[in-house]
Design a protein around this ligand. Structure first.
Ligand code: SAH
Length: 392
């Protein structure tokens, strides 16, 4: 097997539990090998660091899948996918039927994502290593789960970094339009081919419950509401009123259908507008709420634009904090990888100071447990939220 030998000192990240080797850390590659193949990794003194999949076209040249010596073959893949399934069963006890089944590095299959939506599966091949093994992956998924359909949603911009084109389509079975799934006690329409991510914000499942627990009797504002997520679960949990603000017309139309599907149509109001403008305007008009949710899209994908993102988060959090009654709650999120806990908390702390509100932290929120964080790989943690209560 070909071996990737690291420069002196460059083994530290792998030793600390990370899985990636960057191009600049490689001293040499011995043996002939094609991109996508498995390679052994060794430090500068020749000590073994495990095995990974190679792609010299990417800045991340190796993604380690084992610190031992196993092959990345069909048996390995099947074993990892089975283990991934039993972890989800252990976490959700079988009553949850839509969840992330495989979460890449966190399940020791770097580059592979598989989501289960009832009897359908959606897969993403995010790296060349997985792209090359798609046939094996699909065969295992068909055999292990017997899905009605498998959809590929490899239409993500990060594939470019691997030298790959975006791909999407039904790759096994049949799909006749959107599916219906169950999540957080409600039913949702999901278009597995067109909706954001692989179809649904499965990563917010646990947070829907946490936020809904505070909703009864409160006036709720859900900003960046997409297909209704937080707004509808709070309405179902007995909120006094719910307003959803979302910029995309098609997302609002879907949220309306989801409300109808759950008998909540009369209990929620939809506003199709820019949440920045709405918050500014309604703050001026002195509208007041007892629970506000802010779940915006990532304001930055790159490190050099964090400054702009910070201003965006600061503005919406400031306005929301001003609009809450004493005792009111703010559930505020960031899914920008480059905005870590410390920075996010500092932004919200500054917003509270500027709004002259005294705020306490009820709970930190993160991605649902079917998207586990690999402790050594900080990139696997991307969703951060704060559930706050305005004291005065
Ligand atoms: N909370 C949702 C997910 C939100 S995704 C859920 O649980 O399902 C972010 C949403 O913000 C997207 O639907 C996007 O269309 C919307 N969005 C982006 N910019 C916006 C803006 N300036 N104002 C309002 N909505 C916006």
């Amino acid at each position: 097997m070909a071996t990737v030998v690291l420069k002196p000192g460059k083994e530290r990240r792998l030793r600390a539990g990370h899985a990636w080797v960057y191009a600049g850390e490689v001293a040499k590659i011995t043996g002939t090998v094609a991109d996508g193949d498995a390679v052994a990794v060794r430090d500068a003194k020749g000590r073994p660091l495990g095995r990974g999949l190679l792609n010299r076209q990417s800045q991340i040249v190796v993604r380690r899948y084992t610190s031992g010596g196993e092959d990345f073959d069909e048996a390995w893949l099947r074993e990892r996918i089975r283990a991934a399934e039993s972890y989800r069963l252990a976490v959700y006890g079988g009553e949850v039927t839509s969840y992330r089944l495989v979460f890449g590095e966190s399940d020791l299959v770097p580059g592979l994502v598989v989501d289960r939506y009832g009897d359908c599966l959606v897969m993403q091949a995010l790296t060349l290593g997985v792209e090359r093994r798609k046939r094996e992956v699909l065969a295992i998924l068909e055999r292990e789960f017997g899905p009605r359909a498998i959809v590929e949603r490899s239409d993500v911009h990060t594939r470019e970094l691997e030298g790959l084109q975006p791909v999407k389509g039904v790759v096994a079975g049949r799909l006749d339009g959107p599916v219906e799934i169950e999540c957080a006690g409600l039913r949702w329409e999901v278009d597995l081919l067109e909706d954001q991510k692989t179809g649904f914000f499965l990563d917010q499942r646990d947070n829907y419950r946490c936020v809904a627990a505070w909703a009864a009797g409160r006036r709720v504002l859900d900003c960046f509401s997409y297909h209704g997520g937080f707004g509808l679960v709070t309405a179902a949990a007995g909120a006094k009123s719910v307003e959803l603000v979302e910029i995309s017309e098609s997302a609002v139309a879907r949220a309306r259908r989801n409300a109808e599907r759950n008998g909540l149509l009369g209990r929620v109001e939809f506003v199709c507008a820019n949440a920045f403008d709405v918050l500014k305007q309604w703050d001026k008009e002195r509208k007041r709420y007892e629970l506000i949710v802010l779940d915006p899209p990532s304001f930055t994908r790159t490190k050099d634009r964090v400054g702009e993102a910070v201003r965006g988060y600061k503005e919406i959090n400031l306005r929301a904090l001003k609009m809450l009654e004493a005792g009111g709650l703010l559930a505020t999120f960031t899914c920008s990888h480059h905005v870590g806990w410390a920075l996010f908390e500092a932004i919200v702390r500054d917003a509270a100071a500027d709004a002259r509100r005294t705020v306490r932290l009820v709970q930190r929120l993160t991605q649902a447990r079917d998207h586990p964080v690999a402790l050594g790989i900080e990139e696997t943690e991307y969703l951060r939220g704060l559930l706050l209560q305005v004291m005065a």
